[in-house]
Design a protein around this ligand. Structure first.
Ligand code: HEM
Length: 590
């Protein structure tokens, strides 16, 4: 028996057979893995060209390399588009993304119903409590019904009718009054200014003030001058902080020169957050905030955080879902979830307030109007409290950053182009004068200022991606096959900043004015997109930009701070593009 076993053990057939059986699962696993790698790196037939796909990573490394080299996502896409053509495909982790970089392909996609889907991955659902909800990244029946509700509500609130117009006008006037108060306190005694500066330094450095020497006695002035000089020296050694922002101008003489002109220096890139947020918030919840309201600051903080860990196309943990478990913090997943929980709680509290205080006869905002629907007997199943919260989140995300960044771009270029400012103010003086504030209804008579709105939005969206669409079924865009579920993203840089505009980098409102002096908008101008998903807030955004711009330009002059370099036209990349932080000198005109 023993010898039999011995013979069997050393029998080569036995050895092969035994080893094969033992390793079979591992071999099968390896084959499946290799097949998975092979299939993952093979491009579907007919797909647009693009960088090579590697197993698991897809084209990630190439995109990262170019983004590092160019500094911006839109420039990365432009480089790839020069190499592969206006329509190209990349694979980032699990997502196949087709980028469209010219007018023909973007138009072809936006007019093709097969491309009316929105991405469905876990990442998008996580924003809204694990379900596809809201209006920003939804499709199908839910999106159709909810979009209809939001558009009707926005129309009923105005978009051209008095209520919306007066809401916007009021917010613009609040902003002017806020600037005036700051100017006034900038010309008050030093001690007061000091106090203001201290409080401003806690306000995210939004407003910087200069110290005026009017009404200030000499001892105080000398003392203050010493302080400023020592502050300036300190700053040169230690680098600048928000706290000493009021002496940011490089030398003290310049500061004195400016202060004599009773002006103030304002950090302009973030001056518009409050009026824009207030218009949206009043529309949704009927509430408005003062600039130093704690709740407003909380809301702003969440808004900034919401957009920090993602870009328009997704985030590290959406491309590589396994990172949610392996590196929840590093991939941004943890903070993404926590921020969404926070805003959800904030909105829920507002909903409970509304449910308690609603007068069904007189709905005063979007929440009231929605709650009324939920109290009818036969409302559609797509309506729910959760869906209402998701709509608020979406409007908040889609409407606040976009409008305020377009305004920041506008004012950046207005400061860089005194001629544009002069022409805008001439038109304001002629049509409105100085006795009343500009109104939305003045827009039809003010083509130059209207053109400034269009040009500001072009400068903004010319560096920003559109919201991703999704192919609902296999389809074609300019001859390329786009498989079902592919993400499709318009890169507006290819239409808004291309040679069609002749001098795309120049801020030239005249390009939108025809020989009759009327506004004329070419087809290529599509920063709000078109087709079924066209931006719902186009009217609101344009109205806000027009009223805020004209109201500020009527009262103040904006210029480069003497002694400062001209503000840079470079941008800060993010979900949406924004100008680099810049400050301007504001002086009263009237
Ligand atoms: C300068 C300001 C703005 C710009 C440039 C802008 C641009 C856009 C773009 C390009 C889209 C994507 C459309 C598509 O996928 O084809 C969009 C969608 C959207 N925008 Fe805006 N937007 C602005 C302001 C606003 C405001 C103020 C609101 C809120 C009232 C808003 C609400 C929305 C919503 C809800 C969608 C999703 C529409 C849908 O999928 O049906 N936007 N916007």
């Amino acid at each position: 028996m023993e010898s039999l076993i011995y013979i069997h053990l050393f029998n080569p057939y036995f050895i092969i057979n035994y080893s094969f059986r033992m390793f079979l699962p591992a071999i099968l696993f390896l084959i499946i893995l290799m097949l998975f790698f092979y299939l993952g790196s093979r491009k579907p037939k007919g797909l647009p060209p693009g960088p090579r796909w590697w197993p698991i990573l897809g084209s990630t490394l190439e995109v990262i390399r170019l983004r590092k080299q160019t500094g911006y996502l839109y420039k990365t896409l432009s480089v790839l588009s020069k190499k592969y053509g206006p329509v190209f495909a990349v694979k980032i982790g699990i997502d196949t993304i087709v980028f469209l970089n010219d007018y023909n392909s973007i138009r072809s996609m936006l007019t093709n119903e097969d491309c009316d889907g929105r991405p469905t991955g876990h990442f998008y659902k996580m924003r809204t409590q694990g379900k596809s909800q809201g209006v920003l990244v939804t499709d199908g029946r839910l999106w159709v019904e909810q979009r209809r509700f939001v558009l009707r509500h926005l129309r009923e609130f105005g978009f051209g009718r008095t209520t919306m117009a007066s809401l916007i006008e009021e917010e613009a006037q609040h902003l002017v009054n806020h600037f005036k108060r700051l100017l006034l306190s900038a010309n008050n005694p030093v001690s007061e200014s000091r106090q203001q500066i201290k409080s401003c330094s806690n306000n995210n450095g939004q407003i910087y003030q200069l110290i005026s020497d009017t009404n200030i006695n000499n001892t105080m002035m000398t003392h203050e001058k010493d302080n400023i000089e020592s502050d300036t020296k300190k700053r040169k050694n230690e680098g600048m902080t928000i706290e000493d922002a009021y002496v940011k101008a490089d030398d003290y003489d310049e500061v004195r020169k400016i202060s004599q002109s009773s002006g103030m220096i304002i950090s302009m890139h973030d001056a518009f957050g409050i009026p824009v947020l207030n218009t949206l918030w009043r529309m949704m919840t009927g509430k408005r905030y003062n600039p130093d309201d704690a709740e407003l600051k909380y809301l702003q903080k969440i808004a900034t955080q919401l957009l920090k860990d993602v870009d328009m196309v997704g985030s590290t943990f959406s491309y590589f879902p396994i990172l949610r478990y392996l590196a929840p913090e590093m991939s941004g997943y943890k903070s993404f979830v926590a921020t969404h929980e926070r805003i959800w709680r904030f909105l829920k509290k507002e909903l409970e307030n509304h449910k308690t205080n609603i007068n069904p006869e007189k709905p005063k905002d979007l929440m009231d109007a929605y709650i009324n629907i939920l109290q009818t007997e036969s409302y559609s199943k797509t309506f729910s409290e959760q869906q209402l919260l998701a709509i608020c989140l979406d409007l908040f995300m889609a409407g606040s950053e976009t409008t305020s960044k377009a305004l920041s771009f506008g004012f950046l270029y207005i400061v860089l182009n005194p001629d544009v400012q002069r022409k805008a103010q001439e038109e304001i003086d002629l049509i409105i004068g100085h006795k009343q504030f500009p109104r939305l209804s003045d827009r039809v008579r003010m083509p130059y200022n209207d053109a400034i709105v269009l040009e500001s939005v072009r400068m903004f969206m010319g560096r920003t991606m559109g919201i991703p669409h999704r192919a609902l079924r296999d389809t074609y865009i300019t001859g390329y096959r786009i498989p079902k579920n592919t993400m499709i993203v318009p890169n507006f840089n290819g239409v808004l900043m291309n040679n069609f505009w002749k001098d795309p980098e120049v801020f030239r409102p005249e390009r939108f004015i025809n020989s009759d002096g009327k506004i004329s908008i070419p087809d290529q101008y599509l920063p709000f997109s078109f087709g079924k998903h066209r931006c719902m807030g186009e009217g609101l955004a344009k109205s806000n930009i027009f009223v805020i711009t004209t109201t500020l330009l009527q009262t103040f002059r904006f210029s480069v701070v003497p002694g400062d370099k001209k503000p840079s036209t470079e941008i800060v990349d993010g979900v949406t593009a924004g100008p680099k932080p810049f400050r301007v000198l504001v002086t009263p005109r009237i």
